[in-house]
Design a protein around this ligand. Structure first.
Ligand code: MF3
Ligand code: CO
Length: 259
């Protein structure tokens, strides 16, 4: 069941999304060599709570963090831990927060210090593919148009698209219908309608598309242990251009100030 949101609901969702975006802006200040991923998680949790929100992932089916932490070959659902980030790593921080009954969802993959060129290109193209997907998200088109835009762009650059994990509808629940795959044919799937709120989240691998779910049932890494990148925005379909409710502006401001 796809819930179309009213204007009022969309404004609430937008506030939750702004909180998530500002949270990742805080996290960005700490993504440097020598910092543990648990520290990033603490920053995120405290920021969300201090701003009247609730970390949606923490305790969700037993998930142990506020952030999903995705270091190098980790694709999704990585646990915050005492792992200390080092120069050359990449780290995805996937964050969902609830505010006034609505969930916002966003993910950004950061370079830690200097990273090699191949990995930097993977990050760049994955982020660009997210915006390609968003561009395709117009009323009257279908989910498959988004999926195909992401897949075509990433595969054109020689990367592979993770199949097992998808984007999703979002609102009063963190995961709602429809599923938003990052691969597929144009013109298939549910029709996009104004008021539909979805999270688009390409998970893109440098090597093969295959992933392995670890024994804990959560953490997913690439089978070949090559790096994987992940970027995500929550958006709403409108009569005209899609409106992006989360933003990377806070992150980019934090990163620019550091240099
Ligand atoms: N941010 C994740 C997503 O994009 C949320 C799932 S993490 C979980 O769907 F731990 F809460 F499951
Ligand atoms: Co999501």
């Amino acid at each position: 069941m796809i819930y179309l949101k009213t204007a009022e609901e969309i404004e609430k969702l937008a506030k939750a999304c702004d909180l998530v975006s500002r949270t990742l802006g805080e996290v960005a200040k700490w993504v440097v060599p020598g910092v543990s991923t648990l520290k990033l998680d603490t920053i995120a949790r405290e920021f969300i709570l201090d701003n009247g929100g609730k970390p949606s992932c923490l305790g969700y089916h037993g998930f142990p963090g506020t952030l999903c932490i995705e270091v190098n070959e980790m694709v999704v659902h990585g646990f915050p831990s005492d792992y200390v980030l080092k120069e050359g790593d990449i780290v995805g921080t996937d964050c969902v927060a609830e505010l006034d009954g609505f969930h916002g969802d966003s993910c950004y993959t950061f370079p830690v210090g200097e990273i090699d060129e191949k990995t930097a290109a993977l990050l760049r193209v994955t982020k660009e593919s997210l915006y390609k997907g968003i561009e395709a998200a117009k009323a009257g088109k279908r989910i498959g148009d988004i999926s195909n835009a992401v897949q075509t762009y990433c595969e054109h650059h020689g990367y592979s698209v993770v199949r097992e994990m998808c984007g999703h509808g979002i609102g009063k629940s963190m995961h709602e219908d429809p599923e938003v795959p990052n691969y597929g044919r144009r013109g298939i799937g549910p029709v996009l309608k104004p008021g539909m709120c979805i999270a688009i989240e390409p998970m893109i691998n440098l090597g093969s598309k295959n992933i392995v779910v670890m024994r804990d049932g959560w953490q997913c890494r690439t089978k070949d242990r090559k790096p994987s990148a992940h970027f995500e925005h929550t958006i709403v379909i409108t009569d005209s251009e899609p409106r992006i409710l989360t933003t990377f502006n806070y992150i980019e401001e934090s990163l620019a100030k550091r240099q």
